[in-house]
Design a protein around this ligand. Structure first.
Ligand SMILES: NC(=O)c1ccc[n+]([C@@H]2O[C@H](COP(=O)([O-])OP(=O)(O)OC[C@H]3O[C@@H](n4cnc5c(N)ncnc54)[C@H](O)[C@@H]3O)[C@@H](O)[C@H]2O)c1
Length: 313
């Protein structure tokens, strides 16, 4: 028995990377997973991977920032799996002109960035929450005799009707220079998650966010091999108390926990899944890093410019 047997799930941006891992892990735990992505080739190949492993998955092509796509993905999940229980909102792909300060970014890039980083999550919930309500609570869920303070009010509250997990970032908690769109968008995901948790908690739907640290995805691997080297990667890892960066499965396992019945009393939270990166005092890290850089003058990272400079200012 998987934790999600019989349930219907949507993973946006589930073709590759973190979303790809989320789709695989949720499907391996029994859910039928609809992957919604603009990358048709990788989406189809992740669906095949899930099916070959014995899981249930379907693909839908679409840009989740579009209202019609958000509506269609919910309809498709319900028509394919008979219900919608889990919504993992993960899709993001950067975009031309998305880097820069408020002075530098163009209004079109700002609007496009906010539409995808924040607007898509609003739209997913707008159409997804009524479908979760319609589907009702997990049929396998037996709450047992109702106990606790709510008991004196009569019927037990709705539980395990739905789960929404929004992917924010450590960039929603801390800020990098000249990254206004991404940082503001990911911070907004945290606020939007709390608002949705307050609004949908009474329906039995929990809403949480994950703030991943540096996760090396398929795309990350190719970025690293373009400009980085081993010494640069090691420098990155030294900034993590656990001395490694993450893999998509690190995030997917946390997402699956937040989707489980065991997490029914957790809502509105942002869980940093970052190997402890955001709990450290920055000034000490800078001092410790100095020696490593002095000993490895040829290090290159994936943040380096092609001319070898690293400056983002
Ligand atoms: N990788 C990291 O280190 C990291 C760290 C923190 C947060 N995140 C967040 O995690 C999420 C996934 O990141 P990733 O690194 O796996 O990215 P990725 O580029 O590897 O995968 C993103 C997926 O989203 C899809 N996508 C992009 N725009 C879309 C759209 N408009 N509609 C539908 N699908 C779309 C892409 O095609 C791709 O399959 C993003 O929200 C990202 O901001 C990533």
């Amino acid at each position: 028995m998987g934790r999600f047997d019989g349930r219907g799930a949507i993973v946006t941006g589930g073709a590759l990377g973190i979303g790809g891992g989320c789709a695989r892990i949720i499907a391996a735990d029994g859910a039928g997973v609809l992957i919604v992505d603009i990358n048709e080739e990788s989406g189809a190949s992740n669906v095949n991977r899930i099916r070959e492993a014995g899981g249930k998955a379907e693909f839908m092509a679409g840009d989740v920032a579009q209202e019609s796509v958000a509506a269609e993905m919910v309809e498709k999940a319900v028509s394919t799996f008979g219900r919608l229980d889990l919504l993992v909102q993960n899709a993001y792909g950067g975009g031309a002109g998305s880097a820069g300060s408020a002075v530098e970014v163009r209004p079109e890039a700002w609007h496009r960035g906010m539409d995808l980083l924040v607007g898509a999550l609003y739209l997913g919930a707008k159409f997804g929450v009524p479908a979760m309500e319609e589907s009702g609570a997990d049929p396998e869920f037996d709450p047992g005799p109702w106990e606790g303070a709510g008991r004196r009010h009569g019927d037990p509250p709705a539980q395990n009707v739905g789960r929404i997990v929004n992917i924010s970032s450590v960039h929603g908690i801390l800020n990098s220079p000249r990254s206004m769109i991404y940082e503001a968008g990911k911070a907004a995901v945290i606020g939007l998650t709390r608002q949705m948790a307050v609004d949908f908690g009474p329906l039995g739907i929990t809403v949480n966010a994950i703030a991943p640290g540096h996760i090396v995805t398929e795309r990350g691997e190719s970025m690293w091999s373009e400009t980085g080297n081993d010494a640069g990667f090691r420098l990155f890892e030294l900034h993590y108390p656990v001395r490694r960066t993450g893999v998509p499965e690190d995030i997917a396992n946390a997402v699956a926990f937040l989707c489980s019945n065991e997490a029914s009393f957790i809502t509105g939270q942002t869980l940093a899944v970052d190997g402890g990166m955001t709990i450290q005092l920055q000034e000490d890290i800078v001092m410790d890093t100095k020696d490593y850089i002095a000993a490895n003058p040829d290090l290159r990272t994936h943040f380096d410019n092609r001319d070898g400079s690293t400056s983002r200012w």
